[in-house]
Design a protein around this ligand. Structure first.
Ligand SMILES: [Zn+2]
Length: 314
């Protein structure tokens, strides 16, 4: 199944044939981590998988992974996105589709600007609609940045559930200027920072993008992202995908529905961020718990490995 993407004249075309032959042409980045054997689970012999795994390096660093983490890179704080309620997930059906990421830290942990910009909102949202309803994010700061998405849309960041905001609307901020302190105002279970990336319209919660695609890569770590599709090429939502190495196992869900916007270039429906460099067995489980797909994928530090997965049965 050929997949084609064009971006500013740089053509990336990758073709994976069903049984192991990989052909790449155009200006695509080097292929990495390609396994030649498909290993459908014995309990699900009808399952078939295609994989194209590639480390993305033809997208200029200035276009993605440009934001600082909004929590200080200190041992005292969790400055990575919480995995239990990742962007696009429903916490296995238990909650609404999550359109941001959580940085779970104690109340009053300082929160910093992910990028220089101008404060467009800094107050509680009791009278202003920023989410599915008013009084959703509690005390919240929204910044407008000078950066634009690959589709030419202005980038905004949102910092929700703050104990207190420490900036005012109209104020200019620099990279990592302090914006407020972590709290649990609005619809929040315990103190944490809810962080969003939005494009084009800072007041429209349907305009979010996956913050993991915009945050800088974590120290010495990389990321797996990709699209999980059925045999008809349709995106498959809410499926368990895990990445396992000798030292860690991380499970995510593919996005929970089409309210979750993929990146306009990558068209992903899952991301597994903050992975130490190395080889991972990428596994997709069917609803019955059998292995619908398993393949070895390489992660390189400070790079994103894109994987296209097609499973016949989910
Ligand atoms: Zn949240």
């Amino acid at each position: 199944m050929p997949r084609a993407r064009g971006w500013r004249g740089s053509v990336l075309v990758l073709l994976a044939s069903l049984l192991g032959g990989i052909v790449a042409w155009g200006q695509g980045p080097p292929l990495v981590g390609l396994g030649s054997q498909l290993r459908p689970d014995s309990a699900n012999n009808a399952a078939m998988a295609q994989v194209t795994a590639t480390a993305i390096d033809d997208i200029e660093p200035s276009e993605h992974n440009i934001l600082h983490r909004p929590i200080a890179l200190s041992d005292d704080y969790a400055h990575w996105a919480d995995r239990s309620y990742a962007y696009g997930s429903t916490q296995w059906g238990g909650r609404a589709v999550h359109l941001g990421v959580e940085f779970v830290n104690p109340r009053d942990t300082p929160v910093y600007a992910a990028k220089a910009g101008v404060v467009v909102f800094a107050s509680d949202d009791a009278k202003t609609l920023l989410g599915p309803r008013q009084d959703y994010y509690g005390n919240v700061v929204v910044l407008a940045h000078e950066e634009y998405s690959l589709a030419g849309l202005q980038v905004f960041t949102l910092y929700g559930h703050l104990e207190e905001v420490e900036v005012v609307a109209g104020q200019a901020v620099e990279d990592l200027d302090r914006l407020g302190r972590i709290g649990s105002t609005g619809v929040a279970i315990g103190p944490h920072l809810h962080f969003e990336v939005r494009v084009d319209d800072p007041y429209d919660f349907r305009m979010t993008r996956n913050p993991e695609l915009w945050l800088q890569h974590y120290v010495d770590r990389g990321m797996i992202i990709g699209a999980l599709r059925d045999a008809d090429g349709e995106l498959v939502y809410g499926k368990r995908i895990s990445a396992r190495s000798d030292t860690l196992s991380r499970e995510v869900a593919s996005y929970g529905g089409d309210i979750v916007n993929p990146d306009p270039v990558w068209q992903e429906n899952f991301t597994i961020g903050d992975l130490p460099a190395g080889d991972y067995e990428l596994v997709v489980l069917s609803d019955s718990g059998s292995v619908a797909y398993a393949e070895t994928v390489a992660v390189e530090a400070y790079r994103t490995t894109y994987v296209e997965i097609v499973v016949a049965e989910t």
